[in-house]
Each structure stands twice: as structure tokens, then as C-alpha cells.
Design a protein around this ligand. Structure first.
Ligand SMILES: Cc1cc2nc3c(=O)[nH]c(=O)nc-3n(C[C@H](O)[C@H](O)[C@H](O)COP(=O)(O)OP(=O)(O)OC[C@H]3O[C@@H](n4cnc5c(N)ncnc54)[C@H](O)[C@@H]3O)c2cc1C
Length: 366
């Protein structure tokens, strides 16, 4: 029986970020992954590194993480592209809300600026006529999440982490975890299994929120920024059973990634023609030229969504030596590095740089 200082279950972007940092801190680490490394929600994601201002705690975590992502800005594996985020206003009321949004972001240290309609069309000539203006967050970027997860795991391995790939953790025990081949690993456990958290920790509610994405052939220079409608946060963080929002990303390859849809209560991975049509019509309404482009692939993924939309990061209240980092919904790529720092600081008994209280898993038990 092997003994470790931390057994990380799940090698998505969150688990690999935690494992890599734990190794850097000198811990003896094991990583258990039943599927492909970076193959869960991480493989499905757009990889937009973005600060959302609708929840102060998540904004603080995002801001913290965005700073940590700078470490990967010139790493080829990350495919880091600082395209900036351009939020687009279709309605005058959305545009009128921009100064308040800028102020909320500024209070958290995120620099954004108001863009009038003339500048909007200079920045993105392909946008549909008649938009009111928008808001630019110039420093924000996109990455390719599965490759980052692989890279982080590679760093952890190079630092001495043991990897148990192709094995599923089936039960937590008093002193470690049991795997599906009957073997046992001994040590404190970090559950970073995304949507699957309740299989090991049924006390922590988690819903899967399905999303569709489309990627096109290469059309360099058609779109320059990650484009989102200003109403996106209502769709992303609202609780509707299904919703779509305009969310388009220029990939460094010249491809265009088109999102995004959100659905609760759908468990199958199938592409839904109705949802896809709804999502694309939304995108066409902002960027009509998309209609002419050739799509290459459509896929779906599931966002791990906690009961209140915030991730669980910290000790599991009713279990000794058990930690959790999961439930990041649509912001898990953005917040993975901050999550790792917040979690490992707690594991090591250090005061984290940001307030851990809003993320403590114990809130689910109240
Ligand atoms: C369509 C879509 C678009 C998105 N776009 C963005 C975006 O632009 N920006 C952003 O920040 N976020 C985005 N997200 C959200 C982001 O992808 C997730 O929040 C993040 O990937 C969650 O990472 P994770 O490591 O917690 O989970 P996962 O990536 O799902 O990893 C969990 C891992 O645990 C493994 N596992 C599960 N159970 C076990 C077990 N018992 N034993 C061993 N291994 C196990 C799984 O195989 C999996 O590899 C998007 C998500 C979707 C679906």
C-alpha cells in the first residue's frame, strides 16, 4: 500500500493544477484518473479566461487566477492568446449598465473600458449593424484547456508525482481511497472529480449543465476578440432550464469557436439539433457572416454546477483528511490556478491570499 501526502482524484484542469502546486510545495502526490487526462469538462471548454462581475467572491477568485495564468502566457502548450474580451451591447439598457460593470471590475482590480459604437465597429467590423457599443477587457485571454491539463500533470510527474491512470476511485476510506482494482492508496484525499463528486461525496450536491460548442474551419482575421453579449451573465449564472447566449472566440489557428448553450436536466452527450439551431441563430444575430462559414465539428460537455453556483474548495466538514475542489461550472478553466492556490494553502495550514469562506464545502450542509 502506497502512502502519500495528497491523493488527487481527477485529472481535469482543477485536479492537475492542484497536483502541480502540491508537488511544487514539496508534497508526495498521487493522481488518480479513470479517463483521459483533461478529458472531462476540461476537454469541452472554450478556454476563455474571463472575469465575471455578478458574484464578488467568484470575481475575487477569477481575478486572483487571471494573475496566476500569466505564468503560462508564453508557453506554447497553453496556446495562450491575449485576444481580450469584447462585451457587446444590443440594447441601450445593456449599454447603460456598462459604467457600473466597469466599476465592479475595477474594484476587484480588473481594467475594462467603455467602447462606443464607432470604436466597436473599428474593432470588429463583422458585427451586425445597429449595436450600441460595448466594453473591452483588453488583458483577457484564451487557452487550450486539455493541453494545459496535460502540461500541468507533466510538471507534477517531473516533480515526483505518481500517476494512476485508467483506474477509478470507488470509495473513500478512513485513511485514503480504494480503487476499482481493489488496491488502496493511503493519505489525505482531494476529490477533484467535477460532475462526479457526489459518487464519492454524496453530501455535496452537484448538477451537470450541458453545453454545445461549434468550431469552424480556419478563417483568420474575421474575428479578433472573444465576443460576448452583455446579457451573457444572466444566461450563464441564471437558473433557467435552458438558455443560449452569443459567445464567439477566435482561436490562434484562425478557427472560430461558437458557443454557448446551457441546459440542466439533460444527461446524454448527443448533439441536440434544436439547441444547436437556437445557439447558432443567436450567434448569427450578432455576427451574420458566420452563416457562410464551414463548421468542422460540434460537441457537447457538462459543466459541474454546485447548488449555489460557487465551487467547493476546502476541507470536507464531516470527513477527516478529505478535501474537495470541484463545481466550477463555466469558470473552471479561468479559476483553476487560483483554486489550486486556495486549496493547497489550506492543506498546508497557511492563510490564503483571498477569502476562502464563500467556497467552503460546509455551506452545503447547512
Ligand atoms: C461547453 C463548455 C464550455 C466551457 N467554457 C469555459 C470557458 O470558456 N472558460 C472557463 O473558465 N470554463 C469553461 N467551462 C467550464 C470548465 O470546462 C469546467 O469548469 C472545468 O473544466 C472543470 O474542471 P474539473 O477539473 O473540475 O472537471 P473535469 O475536467 O470534468 O475533470 C474531472 C476528472 O475527474 C475524473 N474522474 C471522475 N470521477 C473519477 C473517479 N471516481 N476516479 C478517477 N477519476 C475520476 C474524470 O474522468 C475527469 O477527467 C466550459 C465548460 C463547458 C462544458
Amino acid at each position: 500500500m502506497a502512502a502519500f501526502d495528497l491523493i488527487v482524484i481527477g485529472a481535469g484542469i482543477v485536479g492537475t493544477a492542484c497536483a502541480e502546486l502540491a508537488v511544487r510545495e514539496g508534497l508526495r502526490v498521487a493522481v488518480v484518473e479513470s479517463g483521459a487526462v483533461g478529458g472531462g469538462a476540461t476537454a469541452a471548454a472554450m478556454g476563455h479566461l474571463v472575469a465575471m462581475d455578478d458574484d464578488p467572491a467568484e470575481l475575487a477568485l477569477s481575478r486572483y487566477s487571471l494573475g496566476l495564468w500569466e505564468r503560462f502566457a508564453s508557453l506554447p502548450e497553453a496556446e495562450f492568446s491575449r485576444c481580450g474580451t469584447l462585451w457587446v451591447a444590443r440594447e441601450a439598457s445593456e449599454f447603460a449598465g456598462v459604467p457600473a460593470k466597469i466599476a465592479r471590475l475595477a474594484a476587484a482590480g480588473v481594467v475594462a473600458r467603455r467602447i462606443d459604437a464607432d470604436e466597436l465597429y473599428r474593432l470588429e467590423p463583422a458585427l451586425v449593424a445597429g449595436l450600441c457599443g460595448g466594453m473591452l477587457v483588453a488583458d483577457e485571454a484564451v487557452v487550450y484547456p486539455p493541453r494545459v491539463a496535460l502540461h500541468l500533470l507533466g510538471l507534477a510527474r517531473a516533480g515526483g508525482a505518481s500517476c494512476v491512470l485508467g483506474r477509478r476511485a470507488v470509495a473513500l476510506s478512513a485513511d485514503g481511497v480504494r480503487l476499482d482494482d481493489g488496491s488502496t492508496l493511503i493519505g489525505p484525499v482531494l476529490v477533484a472529480t467535477g460532475c462526479a463528486v457526489p459518487e464519492l461525496l454524496p453530501q455535496l450536491p452537484m448538477r451537470s449543465r450541458k453545453g454545445h460548442l461549434v468550431i469552424t474551419e480556419r478563417y483568420p482575421g474575421r474575428v479578433h476578440h472573444q465576443l460576448l453579449e452583455l446579457g451573457y451573465a444572466d444566461s450563464a449564472h441564471g437558473d433557467a432550464d435552458s438558455s443560449v447566449a452569443f459567445n464567439v472566440q477566435p482561436r490562434p489557428t484562425g478557427q472560430i469557436l461558437i458557443g454557448s448553450s446551457r441546459e440542466f436536466g439533460v444527461d446524454d452527450r448527443d448533439v441536440s439539433p434544436a439547441m444547436l439551431r437556437r445557439m447558432l441563430e443567436r450567434a448569427f444575430a450578432f455576427l451574420p457572416m458566420l452563416r457562410e462559414l464551414q463548421a468542422l465539428r460540434v460537441w457537447t460537455g457538462f459543466r459541474p454546477t454546485s447548488f449555489d453556483g460557487r465551487p467547493y474548495i476546502g476541507a470536507v466538514a464531516d470527513r477527516a483528511h478529505t478535501w474537495v475542489a470541484a463545481g466550477h461550472e463555466g469558470l473552471g478553466v479561468t479559476t483553476a490556478l487560483g483554486t489550486a492556490q486556495l486549496l493547497i494553502d489550506q492543506v498546508l495550514g497557511r492563510a490564503p491570499a483571498i477569502d476562502p469562506m464563500p467556497f467552503l464545502p460546509s455551506r452545503a450542509l447547512q
